[in-house]
Every structure is written in structure tokens, then in C-alpha cells.
Design a protein around this ligand. Structure first.
Ligand code: 1OR
Length: 262
């Protein structure tokens, strides 16, 4: 069923009940077979797709010679960029197995999802402006960041992220110095962030984070961020000195970044 498959789709998260029902009612099923091109780079955008099952290759031309490719297994979505920003398709998507997709047409996507996103932008724009990590982005890029964040609330004491987790933030940050013993290393306040280290370095989480009282986080979907703005690392590199200062403040030395000691 479309509703089950779509429950974790970020772009649907801010919809109210009525909007969500409208979207789900409009979605149609599309079966795909191996080697079928679901989307061709450069085409105009017709539909947004949510994956019910099946694997897909996603290939985007980086420059004249090089391409970058990822594969997508049994979950996730694609085809939002052309519809959101009125741009040609940014990648070619080919089914590699038999599969099924839920499609949403451009008109409904723009009428409901985009309208909702405009509201979300108004709510978060000034907050995003204040986040240091995103200062290296251009203003137009920062606007787009709002499109790839969702909101999540954590209760007092709840673990927000775990040390050692392979990829994937607000208050207390804890690291272990001895086996199984956690020591508080700092607290984050409004406008600060955490969790970016594992994104830019591809290392396991260097520390755990727990909520102190109720905490409201804006959570950024890394994959969506990368699709939209290019690999995180390249973006963060624009601001590398600032990043390093932060790391040194957090860990004592930037060496710990490459070897979190887990
Ligand atoms: P679209 O409407 O442009 C192609 O149609 C879709 O592929 C695109 O929306 C995204 O949903 C999805 N770069 C661009 N588009 C991507 C990427 C991507 N991944 C998935 N899509 N990159 C990943 C590697 C191919 C490049 C990241 C730097």
C-alpha cells in the first residue's frame, strides 16, 4: 500500500492529514522490469517516485568525462529535483530488478508538496541563517537546505545518536574514555549542531548525544542534501578552517577526527 511505503518520505512529512490523503489517493503504481529507464537525465520532469520494491542504478554526469553512480535498494524515492526546481532531470535511473514504484504526477506534486514547502521555508529560514555550519553555503543554497530537513522531538534522556553508529543531533554530547564509561564532553544550545562529523568523514559516530529536557532538532537528510547540493565534503571544504576550529574545540585535536578511537 502506498501509505505504508510513503510514511518515511521526508517530502510528505509536513503535510496535514487531508493533504496526505489527497497525495496518496492520486499516486499510481508503476511496475518496472530490469534495464528499464525510469528517468533519463536531461528530460523534463513528469513524476516523482517512491520505491515499493526493487533495485535501481542512479547515474549522474559530473562533468564531460566522469559520472557518479549510486544504487538504491527497496526503499527511498527519486525524481523530486526536476519537479521542485523546474530543472531537467539530474540523473538517469535504471531498474536493475523487477520492481514496483508509486508515482505522483507533477501537477499534484507542485500543488500540494511545493505549496507546503513554501510554508516550511518561512518557518525555518531565519534559523538556518544562524547555523554556522551552513554559513559557507550561498544564500540560494541555504534556501534549498530547508527542503531537505525535517523536525524531530526527543524526550529528556533519550539518545539522539549513538557512538559507533555508522552514519548518521541537541544537547549533551558524551564520549567514552574507558570501555563502557561515558563522560560528558559538552552541551549544545539552540542553533548549534552535531552529527556532521560522520557525514563529512564517513567514520563511525565519534560520540553519543542525549537530550537534556525536551529537545527539538532539525534533522537533515544527507542523501537528499547531496543530491541537491553535491557531495557534503566539497561543500564543507569551503569552510574547512572553521570546521577544524570546531573540531579542535570539541576533541582537543583534529587528529581525533580521523581516528575516533572506537
Ligand atoms: P530528478 O527529478 O532530477 C533524477 O530526476 C533523480 O535522481 C533526481 O531528481 C534525484 O531524485 C535522484 N544527483 C542528482 N540526482 C540524484 C542523485 C545525484 N542521486 C539521486 N538522484 N547524485 C547521486 C549520485 C548519482 C549526485 C550527488 C552528488
Amino acid at each position: 500500500q502506498a501509505s505504508l511505503t510513503c510514511k518515511d518520505i521526508l517530502l510528505f512529512k509536513n503535510l496535514d492529514q487531508e493533504q496526505l490523503s489527497q497525495v496518496l489517493d492520486t499516486m499510481f503504481e508503476r511496475k518496472v522490469t530490469p534495464q528499464e529507464h525510469v528517468i533519463d537525465e536531461g528530460d523534463d520532469g513528469d513524476n516523482f517516485y517512491v520505491i515499493e520494491r526493487g533495485s535501481h542504478d542512479i547515474v549522474a554526469a559530473k562533468d564531460d568525462q566522469s559520472r557518479c553512480a549510486v544504487c538504491c535498494d527497496n526503499h527511498g524515492s527519486f525524481g523530486e529535483l526536476a519537479l521542485m526546481y523546474n530543472t531537467p532531470r539530474a540523473a538517469t535511473i535504471t531498474a536493475t530488478t523487477e520492481g514496483a514504484l508509486w508515482g505522483l504526477d507533477r501537477v499534484t506534486f507542485r500543488r500540494i508538496i511545493l505549496k507546503n514547502n513554501a510554508k516550511k521555508r518561512k518557518t525555518y529560514e531565519s534559523f538556518i541563517e544562524s547555523v554556522l555550519l551552513l554559513k559557507s553555503l550561498e544564500a540560494s543554497e541555504r534556501k534549498k537546505v530547508v527542503d531537505v530537513i525535517g523536525q524531530k522531538v526527543y524526550q529528556d534522556g533519550e539518545r539522539i545518536l549513538s557512538q559507533g553508529d555508522k552514519i548518521l543531533i541537541k544537547h549533551k554530547i558524551v564520549t567514552s574514555t574507558e570501555v563502557n564509561q561515558e563522560v560528558e564532553i559538552g552541551r549544545c544550545q539552540r542553533g548549534q549542531y552535531f552529527g556532521e562529523l560522520a557525514l563529512t568523514t564517513n567514520k563511525p559516530r565519534a560520540a553519543s548525544a542525549y537530550a537534556v529536557r525536551e529537545v527539538k532538532c532539525l534533522v537533515m537528510d544527507v542523501q537528499a542534501f547531496e543530491r541537491l547540493l553535491g557531495p557534503c565534503m566539497d561543500i564543507m571544504k569551503r569552510n574547512i578552517t572553521h570546521c577544524e576550529e570546531q573540531l579542535i574545540a570539541m576533541f582537543g585535536s583534529s587528529m581525533d577526527l580521523t581516528n575516533p578511537g572506537i
